[in-house]
Design a protein around this ligand. Structure first.
Ligand SMILES: [Zn+2]
Length: 428
């Protein structure tokens, strides 16, 4: 890792506390509070104008709402991900008790949902996207920050929103790939902020009497559209990592709805325009306002590094979870009653059904009755409305239909390969 504690220490008093306008403060509020609490807080805050919830990594950690991963570098543009991406480097310690591994996480998130419905139900999230664009779903805490933790933060709902909104076809055929692509986009966007911080630090180091990053960063997070060039470049940079025209178009649709700056990525898509943008950005580091005539000639050189350096430019990665889950648009299943028809009963008790499947089937029915499930990796929504699949054992599946709110019927029970044929035949 290039930026280590020694480098951070050497910045001395050029380090600073996160400015009040940084989106992480707003995310902190959303991660911790329910929608009602946020509304109450906002009305109170506006009247009293005295309380501010500040970004606090340690508090999130105490509450189990953030998981820190080993530092990561950029993925390769060819689309081949480093091995850690596929197996999840976090498992290298053998996986702690109770920790969900990477593939299980993906399985949990395989539900598709309607993003518009989610946003209609989650006003703070919709407001975050409208105000903060990409930073509503992921954010970067610079190494200039005085707190102990810095790096890229990805909100767990983030890749899911992007996959549902931008890659719906891919999500249907290959949910794992769709979620990873969405993750790559967010990571690459935030990684550009890291590249930018390093570029500004290089300028800063050439004249130590003159701190540059702090005043520049204040302007970047001020919410002023004239200061948002870095966001346009970050979106353009991230888009370049996404393969396939359909996927890129999906992301363009999302970014076109983002606030000014974020939505201006299109102006920096060609190599020439991107480099010109970097020259303008470098001139902004020196305190100049954004202007097409303010070019810091060769400023783009501050952003390019040989591969040997790039490979070591790793950033700590943190994954955050909302305390009140973003679930209104996810299927929430309430099992008040489950009817087991005669034919299913016969199957479940038949001597040719393996004893384990017999036992587990009745155990599952008992457990589900009277319960509420908002997401469970054994439960998967099928393509037909109100139909769900449930994993009875490793090899046996049952299909449930909700016939009226809370009232369910078991429609099917069999081993996996027969279930797959049944599913295909009935277009489930
Ligand atoms: Zn950004």
């Amino acid at each position: 890792m290039i930026v280590d504690e020694e480098i951070r220490h050497s910045l001395g008093d050029r380090r600073f506390e996160l400015p009040g306008g940084h989106p992480a403060h707003r995310r902190m509020r959303e991660l911790l509070m329910s929608e009602v609490e946020i509304a109450e807080f906002e009305s109170f805050h506006q009247e009293n104008n005295q309380v501010q919830i500040r970004w606090n990594h340690n508090r999130l950690e105490e509450l189990g709402l953030v998981t820190s991963r080993p530092p990561r570098g950029l993925i390769s543009k060819s689309g081949s991900r480093p091995l850690w991406y596929l197996i999840g480097l976090e498992e290298q310690g053998g996986g702690e008790e109770g920790e969900i591994n990477h593939s299980e996480r993906l399985e949990q998130y395989q539900f598709r949902f309607d993003v518009d419905r989610l946003l209609a139900n989650r006003a703070p999230l919709a407001a975050a996207l409208a105000t903060d664009g990409t930073e509503a779903l992921a954010w970067y805490i610079p190494f200039h920050d005085t707190s102990s933790e810095w790096g890229i933060y990805i909100r767990d709902i983030g890749p899911r929103i992007i996959a549902n909104r931008c890659f719906p076809d891919l999500l249907r055929t290959n949910p794992g790939e769709a979620l990873e692509l969405a993750f790559d986009f967010l990571f690459a966007h935030e990684f550009f902020h890291h590249i930018s911080e390093i570029a500004c630090t290089m300028l800063e180091n050439s004249n130590l009497s003159n701190p540059l990053y702090r005043p520049y960063f204040d302007r970047l997070v001020s919410g002023d559209a004239d200061e948002a060039l870095e966001e346009a470049l970050a979106n353009s940079f991230a888009l370049d990592f996404i393969h396939g025209k359909q996927n890129k178009d999906g992301l363009r649709g999302l970014m076109d709805d983002c606030p000014p700056g974020y939505r201006d990525y299109g102006e920096y898509q060609s190599k020439l325009h991107f480099e010109r943008g970097l020259d303008w950005l470098a001139s902004m580091f020196t305190g100049k306002p954004f202007s097409r005539s303010n070019r810091y000639t060769f400023g783009h050189g501050l952003f390019s590094h040989p591969n040997s350096v790039f490979n070591r430019m790793k950033v700590p990665l943190h994954e955050t979870t909302d305390r009140s889950p973003c679930t209104p648009a996810l299927p929430i299943c309430i099992f008040n009653n489950i009817i087991v028809p005669e034919d299913i009963k016969n199957k479940a008790n038949h001597k040719r059904t393996p004893p384990n499947a017999r036992k587990q089937f009745w155990k599952c029915i008992d457990k589900l009755r009277g319960s509420q499930i908002e997401r469970n990796r054994r439960l998967e929504k099928l393509n037909r409305k109100d139909w769900f699949k449930f994993d009875v054992t490793g090899g046996w599946r049952m299909v449930l239909e909700q016939i009226s709110p809370g009232k369910w019927v078991v429609r099917y029970l069999d081993e996996w390969d027969k279930y797959m044929r049944y599913r295909a035949k009935n277009s489930l």
